[in-house]
Design a binder for this molecule. Structure first.
Ligand SMILES: Cc1ncc(COP(=O)(O)O)c(C=O)c1O
Length: 400
């Protein structure tokens, strides 16, 4: 069957508005569309393809596992799931892992666990969940309500309750709202979707202290920042703060759907048999791929390389800005970089994205005024240079 982009509107629910071209092939950090046009991929499937497209380690792991065992459900466990959990707990603060299929589901599990823990340990009154304006935690009704973007959570009727928000990087506002009835604070260690907003110095430490003072759990949503994206396996390692619960997805599977919630043994205990679950969670194919990704990503070479790529990309963007004066600020950590547009171009990030596609480079936006770059963690230097050259042409086109 010949497939065209036009068919999309005839057969798909219109909640997405994908690009006009249809990609058909990817290799490393390059992608080709139906017409054979080549793109440098700085989007990486929205911070997912941490090893680029079709990395041999992932292809081999998937191929090997596909000939052994595809699915069993959680009525049985499986070797890849246990092996990956052992490696994840060895590499982090966590003692226990719960598997999901996406970031939203990992966060849903984290929030339900926090509520259950609070009820078990402190009683029914300890329900309040505090999160941050412009945060993003997924699209289930619980997670989208905890996310601080009413545009995403409004218009669906009554929301889950006892959820409140304060501005990110405002520890005083959190101090005013948090109390002994707070069960958890959920945050991204660096806000991704909300505009690539890093935490200010000491903010995260202050959040941790406030949680400790009021016996509230601290949940780090590392769905976007995790699995090497910021230059350490998880961003918390660089912030000097350890969360009680951490969620991971996106790069965790490198392109194969998987999510995970990591926590301590004492907290994990409160999700007893039958309290929560997922048919596909811990699927052997997903876990085998994730294990292969972890083996490559969690090495000094790759993590150091992320920092080098950050410097390189930021330098190139600064050089583009010297010529065209389009960015107010270039910020972010590792391979999660945002370029905020000046007042003159406010609200026009999508124009740069579209011009980029025309010139053969895929970028993302994070809100209306921030262009976001989330390339593969191992993107070759030559692809960074070529991609930013193409991006410069796109900038020139938008500037006119
Ligand atoms: C920080 C964060 N949390 C959660 C999610 C939701 O993940 P998923 O789309 O896999 O459900 C995202 C997706 O962009 C995210 O960036």
């Amino acid at each position: 069957m010949a497939v065209t982009r036009e068919m999309f509107s005839d057969v798909m629910v219109p909640n997405y508005n994908p690009a006009q071209m249809v990609p058909v092939k990817g290799e490393g950090s390059r992608v080709w569309d139906q017409a054979g046009k080549e793109y440098i991929d700085f989007a990486g499937g929205i911070a997912v393809n941490c090893l680029g497209h079709c990395h041999p380690a992932m292809v081999n792991a998937l191929h090997e596992q596909s000939q052994k065992l595809w699915h069993l459900s959680n009525v049985f466990t499986n070797e890849p799931a246990i092996r990956l959990a052992k490696k994840l707990t060895d590499a982090t603060f966590a003692d226990r892992v719960y598997y999901a299929n996406s970031g939203a589901e990992a966060n849903e599990a984290a929030l339900k666990l926090a509520r259950r823990w609070a009820i078990d340990v402190h009683g029914e009154q300890k329900q309040k969940i505090i999160a941050f304006n412009k945060g993003f935690h997924g699209r289930t009704f619980f997670t989208v309500t905890v996310g601080g973007q009413p545009a995403y959570s409004d218009g669906f009727g009554p929301k889950p309750g006892a959820i409140e928000h304060v501005p990110y990087n405002d520890a005083d506002a959190l101090a005013k709202l948090i109390d002994d009835e707070t069960c958890a604070v959920m945050m991204e260690p660096l806000q991704g979707e909300g505009g690539v907003v890093p935490p200010e110095q000491d903010f995260v430490k202050q959040v941790r202290e406030l949680c400790d003072k009021h016996n509230a759990l601290l949940i780090f949503d590392e769905v976007q920042t995790g699995f090497g994206r910021t230059g350490t396996l998880y961003a918390y390692e660089q912030l000097g703060v350890t969360p009680d619960i951490l969620t991971s997805a996106k790069s965790l599977g490198g392109g194969f759907p998987i999510g995970a919630m990591l926590t301590t043994a004492a907290i994990a205990e409160h999700l007893k048999p039958g309290t929560h679950g997922s048919t596909y969670g811990g699927n052997p194919l997903a876990c085998a791929v994730s294990e292969a990704v972890l083996e490559v990503v969690n090495t000094e070479t790759v993590l150091e390389g992320v920092k080098q790529r950050e410097t390189m990309i930021k330098e190139h963007l600064a050089a583009i800005n010297d010529k065209y004066n389009v960015f107010k600020e270039v910020r972010g950590m590792g391979c999660l970089i945002g370029a905020e547009l000046t007042e003159q171009f406010e609200g026009r990030a999508r124009d740069f994205l579209l011009a980029g596609q025309e010139h053969g480079v895929m970028v993302l936006v994070a809100g209306a005024s921030v262009i976001r770059f989330t390339p593969s963690l191992i993107i070759p230097e030559a692809d960074i240079k070529e991609g930013l050259k193409r991006f410069e042409h796109a900038v020139a086109q938008v500037v006119g």
